[in-house]
Design a protein around this ligand. Structure first.
Ligand code: BG6
Length: 565
């Protein structure tokens, strides 16, 4: 998740842009840059790593410039280098530049057509195609060129373009990714988040998907997809800076829970194109995939629970035995590995020592290694042969949330890729499943936006001394993760157990009113889960079931039901 800030006005803007980037850094970044419009055209300062590096690099530049564009990058396509840092230029560096947040899913096709037209590219990023499209369409009207470029793009993104020929104008557009106008006195901002300009102005205009917005020092004009010009209300926000960083949510964790649709959408992103699966980073030949005999998944905490989800999915679809293990256990087991074993290390931070060491050991023992992580340049990416990235942007909350669902989505894609090559699933089932995955972000938002009884249930049980979480199959992985969250966040003693195994032990802990959360969604073992619910209710436990929308039957067995799409 990248950060954009643009400024047009009468004040020198270099410091305003750098301060704005600093206020966007909670979104995470690995590099940053600014484009400043000087007399002789656009000048760029870009730097990898800490924003202080950019500040130092920009010290001698553009102190009188009143028109500029800044960007913090969280790399998804292309390594972390200065060349890949935005703002990115077209063929004529001094003329125009773009800063983008999100994913252009059809960038490969567009890049081919632009290269065929003689365009030369200077970065490995997907975003660069946007500025070359603007360049190709530009004939004097920048908003028209942006609209024409926008109409060729597929994906979810927001971007802002600066052009030398329009010294008091910035033009931006958004598709399912935030972009917002800050209205000042004789100056205007265009940014990914209100946090970027909040100390300068609290007057904000929100941009709709499909809008092309043009900002000048006098304010903003909006052109919607059907060509009509809108004029959204100017809203006065009363957030303080910290809550602006949290997007108005109480905590970063709550904000990140609500970002899950975006992070799953970005993670699936350009890897699923019209039912086609593009997972080049797996970097194994079809032959090597066909020769795989076993997969081991090593991770810690929430990442381990994503690995348990992966076990069920990969085994079921690709018919390869999968063994998830806690990294700190696996390293000291003197594990048996061979070259037809694939070891997958999952780590959101990419820095968890046990997981990094496990991947290192796997390579030393001759296994193939794949890392799944959220951050380029981290330790785990240096130990594993190949890396697949979740694209969640920075996860500030120590207790993982959005990265868990993104890891599960990515493991689903890995499972489908293996199944496709090993022909263990018919093509039509693979296509059906890919289309279902594509629906996932919408269903996550549907759930989060719906009225559900979670808050009311929490009010009734927050002071209980003990919780039991139960599930079967993938539901067990979800129960493990739910119990970890309750422990990490509410400090309530909690046990997660296989629903079928619970009677061989933990059932002894149940007494009248003990809250038992059961993952009881519509899967092949639902009837067995219902009988486990009856076992715990016979002890007087209070059952809170997570069930699939439309399941009336569960109402006869559970005391509370939380429905999911
Ligand atoms: C723990 C966190 O410290 O590390 C968990 O509390 C997290 O939430 C675990 O899942 C693993 O972290 P990572 O970065 O390796 O996924």
């Amino acid at each position: 998740m990248c950060g954009i800030i643009g400024y047009v006005g009468s004040r020198p803007c270099k410091e305003l842009l750098l301060e704005g980037l600093k206020r966007l850094e909670y979104r995470g970044y690995d590099s940053a840059g600014v484009a400043l419009l000087e007399e002789d055209g656009l000048h760029y300062v870009r730097a990898v790593g800490n924003l202080e590096n950019l500040k130092r690099a920009a010290a001698s530049n553009g102190s009188r410039v009143t028109h500029g564009l800044g960007h913090t990058r969280w790399a998804t396509h292309g390594t972390v280098t200065e060349a890949n840092a935005h703002p990115l230029t077209g063929c004529s560096e001094r003329e125009l530049a773009v800063a983008l947040n999100g994913i252009v899913e059809n960038y490969r096709e567009l890049k081919e057509s632009l290269l065929a037209d003689g365009h030369t590219f200077s970065s490995e990023t997907d975003a660069e195609v946007v500025i070359h499209l603007v360049e190709r369409h530009y004939d004097g009207d920048l908003a028209d060129a942006v609209r024409a470029a926008y109409d060729e793009l597929e994906g979810h993104f927001s971007f802002v373009v600066i052009h030398r020929a329009h010294p008091d104008l910035l033009v931006g557009a958004r598709c399912q990714t935030p972009l917002v106008v800050g209205v000042g006195e004789g100056e205007t901002f265009l940014a990914s988040s209100i946090a970027a300009f909040l100390p300068e102005t609290r007057r904000v205009q929100f941009i709709e998907d499909g809008d092309v917005v043009s900002i000048t020092p006098a304010g903003a004009t909006f052109q919607s997809a059907d060509g009509t010009t809108g004029d959204p209300d100017i809203v006065e926000v009363d957030w303080d800076e910290e809550s602006a960083e949290k997007g108005g949510y109480e905590t970063f964790m709550l904000k990140e829970i609500y970002e899950q649709a975006d992070s799953v959408r970005e993670t699936i992103g350009d890897r699923v194109r019209h039912g086609e699966l593009v997972l080049e980073a797996l970097e194994m030949t079809d032959e090597q995939i066909r020769n795989l005999r076993r997969i081991v998944i090593v991770a810690c905490g929430t990442a381990y629970h994503a690995g348990v989800v992966g076990r069920y999915i990969i085994e079921e679809w690709a018919r390869i035995p999968v063994e998830p293990d806690i990294a700190s256990e696996w390293i000291y087991r003197n594990p048996v590995l061979s070259k037809d074993t694939l070891v997958i290390g999952i780590s959101q931070s990419g820095e968890t020592r046990d997981t990094v060491n496990a991947v290192k050991l796997a390579r030393e023992l001759g296994a193939r290694t794949l890392a799944i992580t959220n951050l380029m340049g981290t330790q785990i990416t240096r130990e594993a042969e190949t890396v697949l990235y979740t694209r969640c942007g920075m996860e500030v909350g120590v207790a993982a949330s959005k990265t868990f669902t993104a890891q599960a989505a990515l493991l689903s894609l890995v499972a489908l890729k293996l199944a496709q090559v090993r022909k263990t699933l018919p093509p039509e089932e693979i296509e059906f499943t890919l289309n279902q995955l594509y629906e996932l972000p919408r269903k996550i938002d549907e759930f989060l936006d719906a009225d559900h009884p979670i808050e009311e249930i929490a009010q009734r049980f927050y002071d209980k001394p003990f919780f039991l979480y139960l599930g079967r199959h993938i539901g067990l992985a979800v129960a493990l993760e739910g119990a970890l969250k309750l422990k990490e966040i509410s400090y309530i003693p909690t046990e997660a157990y296989s629903a079928g195994e619970m009677k061989h032990g933990p059932i002894a802990l149940l007494e009248e009113g003990t809250p038992v959360v059961v993952v009881a969604t519509d899967i092949h073992v639902y009837d067995k889960i219902v009988s486990n619910i009856q076992e715990v209710r016979a002890r007087g436990a209070h059952v809170i079931a997570v069930a699939t929308d439309g399941n009336e039957d569960i109402q006869h067995h559970a005391d509370d039901v939380i429905y999911v799409p």
